[in-house]
Design a protein around this ligand. Sequence first.
Ligand SMILES: [Fe+2]
Length: 121
Amino acid sequence: MHIDSGNMILFKKAQELQVVKTPETLTDRELTRALRDAIIAEEGAIKQYETVVDAANNDDVKKVLQSIADEEKVHVGELQKLLDRLLSDEKDFLEKGSEEVEKDLGENDSETENGQNNAQE
Ligand SMILES: [Fe+2]
């Protein structure tokens, strides 16, 4: 085998080793980064599928690709749940962001004067 080809293979293997590093060797911090990368990838896939859905003039293609995009959204939920389990404060940050939007938009989740909860379900 030519030395250049060998180097290329070694380089390729080194890249693969980084990508396929087994979860057992990842710290929790590394795992959270991997999960965030996975969420980004899922979001990118959703965006791509829905872009095609919006552009396509074939109803079968639109229906199946939207279904796939919706499956990717479920994957985002699964990955986010894993992040929530790994990071005790992750959910708090997300809820804080949600509350800030509700506050900015004048929506209120707090109890009214008569003790009833205003939250819409
Ligand atoms: Fe997915």
